[in-house]
Ligand binder design. Sequence first.
Ligand code: SF4
Length: 113
Amino acid sequence: MRGHAIRAEPATTPRDEPLCSRCDAVCCRLTVVLMPEDRVPRHLVARNDHGVEVMARDEEGWCAAVDPLHMRCSIYEDRPVICRRFAMGAPYCLDIRATYREERRRGIPLTLY
Ligand code: SF4
C-alpha cells in the first residue's frame, strides 16, 4: 500500500506572492477612513486635515491598532469596514507591496497615503 505523498513547499516562491509569514503589513500603514458603522475604540481614532475620522497612526506610520509585539491587529474582530474589505493578494495589495519594495530598494522612505 502506498502512503500519501507529502508535497514539499518550494524552496523559493515568487517575490510578489503574498504570504502571511513575510507580510510587511503595508496595508496597516495606509489611511483607514472610518465608516459610521465602525465601532473602534475612541483612543484609536484621529481626525485628518479634512476633519474625517481615520484610524490613528503612530510616529512610524503604523495604525495605532497594530500590536507591535505580535505584528497583528489588536482589534481584529472589530476592525473597520475598510480593513475587512482589503483582500490579501488582490490587485491593490500587490500594487502597494510592489511600491513599498521598490521604495525600500531605492532607499526612499515609505510614503503614507
Ligand atoms: S485596524 Fe487592524 S487591520 Fe485595520 S489597519 Fe489597523 S491594524 Fe490593520
